[in-house]
Design a protein around this ligand. Structure first.
Ligand code: FMN
Length: 165
């Protein structure tokens, strides 16, 4: 449980690779997330090529850290609302699982939003040659962090209602 409280967005990384085993472990943790009707409407692209990471870092205002990242995991979905209208919720659960597994493995991570920013995600699609029928849900930037961040205090009792609103 401590991992939940330790997780922070990390955007500065050492120049150190993440092993394939650990990257696979992260994706495995992602796939362990709950999924509505167990549809699991997602696939993954693991990127470690510096040239591609550099290109991805230029797709938007808030993803510059990819330039220094050891890897990125891009979560894509066929995003077919008829098949499952819960695809975004499913993908969100996947992303959080990966962030928590990364924290547990002492790998820094940051969630980079893609969908519904179509302009940005189209650039990602082009760089990664993702077929048109897919949507890019999110990119996770990964690397061994160079910053120690204190846990956030995100507990807001005023947001909680008991029994009824
Ligand atoms: C849907 C979503 C999209 C996000 N997109 C970005 C992003 O594009 N770039 C970024 O640096 N951080 C992004 N974040 C990370 C948030 O900025 C971060 O979680 C928030 O500031 C709280 O900080 P913490 O993660 O360290 O607790 C995103 C988070 C979520 C949940």
């Amino acid at each position: 449980m401590n991992t939940i409280y330790k997780r922070r967005s990390t955007r500065r990384y050492e120049e150190k690779d993440i092993s394939k085993d650990l990257l696979d472990k992260l994706v495995k943790a992602g796939m362990q997330a709950p999924s509505a009707h167990n549809k699991k409407p997602y696939e993954f692209i693991i990127v470690t090529d510096k040239n591609i990471l550099n290109k991805l870092s230029g797709t938007g205002l808030y993803c510059h850290m990819l330039k220094y990242a050891a890897a990125a995991i891009v979560i894509i979905s066929t995003a077919d609302d008829k098949q499952t209208p819960y695809w975004q919720a499913d993908c969100g659960a996947v992303v959080e699982n990966i962030l928590l597994e990364a924290t547990d493995l002492q790998i820094g991570s940051c969630w980079i939003g893609e969908y519904p920013n179509i302009e940005k995600s189209d650039k990602v699609k082009k760089i990664l040659e993702i077929p048109n029928e897919y949507q890019v849900f999110a990119t996770i930037s990964l690397g061994y962090g160079t910053e120690e961040k204190e846990p956030n205090n995100n507990y807001y009792p005023e947001k909680i209602h008991y029994e009824k609103f």
